[in-house]
Each structure stands twice: as C-alpha cells, then as structure tokens.
Design a binder for this molecule. Structure first.
Ligand code: ATP
Ligand code: MG
Length: 268
C-alpha cells in the first residue's frame, strides 16, 4: 500500500507550471561599484521541456540559474512559476549543483540523504524511506541505499544528488554544469538519464553547460547568452523530440547545424 502511494507521488512530479524570467536584470555590488551581469533576459521553460543554457565562461549562467531557483533576487524584472512570482525557493523547483561531493552528507547513508529534504513535510519515516527508494530506482541506483556517499563512484553520487532533488517534490530540475567532473562514458549515461527522467516523469529540466554538444543533445531549446552584460543572443530550437541516441542523433545534419550556429554565436 505504501509503495503504491509513493509510486503515485513520484509520478505526480509531472510538470504543470511554466518557469520563466521576464525582463530579468541582475547586478552585483552597490552604487558606483554595481556591475550588471544580466540585462533584460526573457527565458521560458514550458512543462516537460528540456532547456539548456550555454554561454562563455563568466557570462552569467550560474547567476541566471540561481535566479530561476529563487535563490537570488533579481535587480529588476521577475521570476515566475506559472502566474506566481517567485521571491524565494519553492519546493516545485529543485537544484542539482555541480559539486555533488559537497551536496551529499557523508555521515548519512545514501537513502537517508535522499530522504533528508522530506523531513518536516508530514510524512512518516517509513514513507520517506519508501519514497527515497523510488527516487533511487528512478535514477538507476536501486541497490546502494545503505551505502555511504563516499562509497559510491562520482557518477553514482551525481545520480544520488538527482534522486534527492526529485524526492523534494520537484517538477522542475535545475542543473548547473552537472556532469563536468565525470568521465566521458559516465557523462553520456547521465545525459541519457536526464532524457529518461523527462520522458518517464514528465518533469521539466534546465541544464547549464559549457558543452555545446551536450546542450544540443539534451535540449528542446538552447538559450545562448553572450556579452557584458549578458543578453539572450539566440534561442535555438532542437527538433529531435523525446527519443535521442548518442550516436545517431549526434550524426544528424540538424545536430551539426545547431552546433555550428551556437559555436559561432559564442565566439563572436
Ligand atoms: N556573488 C557575486 N558577487 C559579485 N560578482 C559575482 C558574484 N557571482 C558572480 N559574479 C560575477 O558575475 C559574472 C557572472 O558569473 P557567473 O558565475 O554567473 O558566470 P557563469 O556563466 O556561470 O561562469 P562559468 O561558466 O565560469 O561558470 C562574473 O563576472 C562573476 O565574477
Ligand atoms: Mg557557472
């Protein structure tokens, strides 16, 4: 009974809201020292979409992601979840940071780490643990719940960090350079996990990445940031739908064209 209920809860992650920024500008510092990093950005993430954000180093990608997460207030403009303005982090929007080794607590077993954000949300311990199990299953880690994070490989730790974001009722996952510190094969596996979660759970996913190939492989739309302050210089539609393949999709002429277009925009 508990298992069925919890399965339902995981399936209920399906995205229902559009996450957007409207005319978002962000400056760091005060008065004469203020530096504008983002200038009047408009970005939309529709339910069940994967949107990738690319741009040169220092362009403001992490700043945009933190604004989308409600972690950083805009200097002007708005962050909206559906028709509600976001002024603080909301449980619908989960964040997976790059540095998974710091995001999981080393003294807690993996399953307890995943269940940790559920404390104080009116669920009993067994229900929390059953849901954590579901989330670990969903990211392809069914058998590691009793291990400590430091007993897992880098790729497994990153999967556990994704499971934890899923457990927290998130219908939208924001990821900042999530696969930068794993080897190439693990990176491909994690990219396919992202596509699989989008398809199976119906969630929306935003990925910040330096890797243009990764952006085109994952995204329905790639948002290209450039300039100081950064503006949206292009939004590239990627036509491959839900089912993609590391070899065939990347060999498609439309893939090469999207990649070339984005590389040009970032370089100039
Ligand atoms: N807390 C802060 N205070 C002041 N300036 C900041 C702060 N955080 C970021 N910046 C500045 O804002 C700019 C954008 O930083 P941000 O981290 O958003 O870029 P990024 O595109 O994520 O870069 P990278 O690709 O290297 O991760 C940089 O010039 C950075 O120095
Ligand atoms: Mg960054």
């Amino acid at each position: 009974m508990t298992t069925v209920q919890n399965l339902d809860r995981l399936e209920e992650r399906q995205a229902r809201h559009t996450l957007s920024v409207q005319s978002l500008s962000k400056s760091y510092g005060e008065g004469a020292d203020a530096v504008e990093v983002l200038h009047e950005l408009d970005v939309r993430v529709e339910p069940n979409e994967v949107v990738c954000i690319v741009g040169p180093s220092g362009a403001g990608k992490t700043t945009l992601l933190r604004c989308l997460a409600g972690l950083l207030p805009p200097s002007s403009g708005k962050v909206m979840l559906g028709d509600q303005e976001m002024t603080e982090p909301l449980s619908e929007v989960g964040v997976v940071f790059q540095d998974y080794s710091r995001s999981l607590l080393p003294w807690m077993r993996t399953k307890e780490n995943v269940a940790f954000p559920l404390q104080g949300r009116g669920m009993g311990r067994s229900q929390r643990m059953a849901l954590a199990e579901q989330c670990l299953d969903a990211v392809g880690l069914p058998a590691v719940g009793r291990k400590y994070p430091w007993q897992l490989s880098g790729g497994m730790q990153q999967r556990a960090a994704i499971a934890r974001a899923l457990a927290y009722q998130s219908e939208i996952l924001l990821m900042d350079e999530p696969f930068a510190s794993v080897d190439a094969q693990t990176r491909f596996d994690l990219e396919d996990l992202v596509l699989d979660l989008r398809k199976r759970l119906g969630i929306s996913i935003v990925v910040v990445t330096h890797d243009i190939d990764e952006a085109v492989y994952l995204a329905d739309r790639v948002v290209v940031l450039s300039g100081h302050p950064a503006t949206v210089v292009d939004v590239v539609d990627v036509p491959f739908g839900m089912d993609r393949d590391q070899i065939d999709t990347k060999a498609d002429a439309r893939f090469t064209e999207a990649r070339r277009r984005i590389l040009n925009e970032i370089r100039h």
